[in-house]
Write a new protein. Structure first.
Ligand SMILES: C[S@@+](CC[C@H](N)C(=O)[O-])C[C@H]1O[C@@H](n2cnc3c(N)ncnc32)[C@H](O)[C@@H]1O
Length: 300
């Protein structure tokens, strides 16, 4: 697509460009009736023979559902001018949504040009607001030297388990975060609680890290320890799905620098006080039972 086509591009031109830039990981609306999902209609063979571009290796998800199930619980009135940091932003889908939810400015970065090329296309052509949304190629480990921030809210989704040193990586983001940090990661629920488990991964896969080494936490208590050490004393488990069908689990932990922000996660007990979130309690019981049966030891 010629540069500067901007708003004047026809739907057919936009559709062709979506296919050219594919495969996509995030479903983002480009124009009424047209989303990045259009790449799924690419003629058979479009992405074949390109190895790591094989779309069957890339999950395709709707970020709107994800964000709308979480952020309004914490910020019922929207982001109200808060700044937003999107680590490993992929095509920037979460940043564009944050902007729509009232963020004043968003900064997203991803190590792969493939995804940032998509982000540039979206910034230029989507009908939703893209002003003050900056998306660029950057390695997480270079974030401290980049000279951006601080930010009110940070999304650290799908990146913890693609890093050779995830604590240093997460700290780079945490140090720039003033209010809320959301960590969404793959887990190893089969391992004793309190552990990080090492693994190997492709350096080339579009959804992968670039270092070949990775670590997965066993569950929420590992993340709570790490986040508390980073200056986020208040953490809640949004969910931990222990059966994802691939041998890994998936969890989302939200962390706040100050108490009170996450009260919406705490069911009020009959006595008027706060009860421990039910999911976390159920999860701990199930984990303790499994560890007991397997003879594993953990920190609870
Ligand atoms: C599983 S995808 C998650 C994408 C997105 N955050 C989401 O949750 O939908 C992992 C992303 O991390 C990016 N990535 C991997 N290693 C990175 C690094 N060291 N710095 C920045 N981005 C990285 C990949 O290019 C890919 O877009």
């Amino acid at each position: 697509m010629s540069q500067g086509a901007g708003q004047s591009a026809t739907l057919e031109e936009l559709r062709a460009e979506i296919i050219r830039l594919g495969p996509w990981h995030l479903d983002v609306e480009v124009a009424p009736g047209l989303t990045t999902r259009a790449f799924l209609d690419a003629p058979p063979g479009t992405y074949q023979g390109t190895g790591h571009l094989d779309p069957s290796r890339i999950t395709f998800i709707d970020p709107r559902r994800d964000v709308e199930s979480l952020l309004p619980r914490i910020y019922p009135a929207g982001l109200e001018g808060r700044s937003f940091l999107d680590c490993a932003c992929n095509c920037g889908g979460y940043s564009f949504l944050a902007r729509e939810m009232g963020a004043s400015a968003c900064f997203g970065f991803d190590v792969r040009e493939h995804w940032i090329a998509q982000a540039r296309f979206l910034a230029e052509h989507r009908t939703g607001p893209s002003d003050n949304v900056e998306l660029e190629v950057l390695d997480l480990y270079d974030l401290p030297q980049r000279g951006v921030g601080p930010f009110d809210v940070t999304l650290f989704k799908g990146i913890f388990y693609h890093l050779p040193d995830p604590v240093t990586g997460l700290k780079a983001a945490a140090d720039l975060t003033g209010e809320l940090l959301i960590v969404d990661t793959s887990t190893r629920p089969d391992m004793p609680e309190g552990t990080l488990t090492v693994g190997r991964e492709s350096r080339e896969g579009l959804m992968s890290g670039v270092y070949g080494l990775n670590w997965r936490p066993s569950g929420p208590s590992v993340m709570a320890h790490i986040l508390q050490w980073m200056g986020f004393p208040d953490t809640r488990l949004a969910y931990h799905h222990e059966q994802t069908g691939r041998g890994f689990g998936r969890m989302r932990v939200v962390a706040a620098r100050r108490h009170g922000l996450l009260d919406a996660f705490d069911p009020v007990d009959r006595g008027g006080g706060r009860a421990r979130p039910r999911r976390l309690r159920r999860w701990r019981v199930a984990r303790a039972e499994r560890n007991r049966r397997s003879g594993a030891t953990g920190d609870g």
